[in-house]
Design a binder for this molecule. Structure first.
Ligand code: RIB
Length: 284
């Protein structure tokens, strides 16, 4: 299996459960807060590593206790952290408000916005069999990664989250786009005309819609008892990368990723419920 390189965000998540959202100017009591490793990039890396992927994480942390915890967490999954750097800003933080299994997330980027110019992308990317990206790091870094990946024929997966108005010419260079339903609506209609092989629209209980130039196909959802959907999209991306690196067909890889994402929602926390291979085999 080739190397899966994740280039993206590393956060610590502070999550609490609420029975309703506060109004402006109101203070409400939540449950006890849980602090755990997160960040869409780190979550993707952990998801892929738990499923047997050979994973490298490229990302930025602060020189603080949260940065040390985040780094130790990546190390504990055997992820190559050669290019995780400690920078001046504080480690990225995500405040997660959970209500009935759904979540609202506020990200404070910190170190995730503090990327050095001297990352050896020309060394890192040609050694990858696939590169995973999300939108929690500076866009100029993402654009540069995609250019280098194109030059070396390395496929890319981009989760356009948080969503924004991306240039069409940029989106058309990505091999696999993985928006959720609401992010999909923000994307332009004509992205399938160039390098983009597929858009994988993750639709929660309605499964995954595969959009290809030859048409659409739906991979049905897996029925599970959802406790926390935080990190489900990241698990989908990490698992999809593992399956593609293992040479599976696109629909089979999506099915595998779909099962992994469903499993990840059965426990509370972005990374806690991420499955290993055995858990997936046992998923109907
Ligand atoms: O996708 C979930 C992740 O989004 C959380 O772990 C949080 O850190 C934010 O980046």
């Amino acid at each position: 299996m080739g190397k899966i390189v994740v280039i993206g965000s590393i956060n610590m998540d502070i999550a609490t459960d609420l029975k309703g959202m506060p109004e402006i100017g109101e203070t409400i009591k939540g449950q006890d807060a849980v602090i755990s490793p997160g960040g869409k990039g780190a979550n993707q890396a952990v998801a892929a590593a738990k499923l047997g992927g050979d994973v490298m994480m490229v990302g930025m942390i602060g020189n603080d206790a949260f940065g040390a915890d985040a780094l130790a967490n990546l190390n504990s999954f055997g992820i190559d952290v050669t290019h995780v750097r400690s920078v001046k800003s504080t480690t990225g933080l995500a405040l997660i408000l959970r209500e009935h299994g759904d979540n609202r997330i506020i990200v404070s980027p910190g170190a995730n916005n503090d990327w050095p110019d001297d990352l050896p992308l020309e060394e890192i990317i040609p050694a990858a069999s696939i590169v995973l990206l999300q939108n929690e790091i500076p866009f100029h870094v993402i654009e540069k990664v995609v250019e280098v990946a194109l030059k070396h024929n390395v496929p890319t997966i981009f989760d356009p989250a948080p969503v924004e108005q991306f240039p069409v010419a940029f989106l058309q260079k990505i091999t696999y786009l993985t928006p959720n339903e609401s992010e999909f609506k923000e994307l332009p209609a004509d992205i399938l005309q160039q390098k983009t092989e597929a858009v994988l629209e993750t639709r929660g209980k309605e499964g995954v819609r595969i959009h290809r130039s030859r048409g659409k196909e739906v991979i049905p959802a897996v029925s599970v008892e959802v406790k926390d959907s935080t990190g489900a999209g990241d698990t989908f991306n990490g698992a999809f990368a593992v399956a593609m690196t293992n040479g599976e067909s696109l629909p089979d890889a999506v099915q595998f990723a779909n099962k992994a994402a469903a499993q990840s929602t059965t426990k509370v926390g972005a990374q806690v419920g991420m499955p290993n291979l055995e858990d997936i085999t046992n998923t109907k």
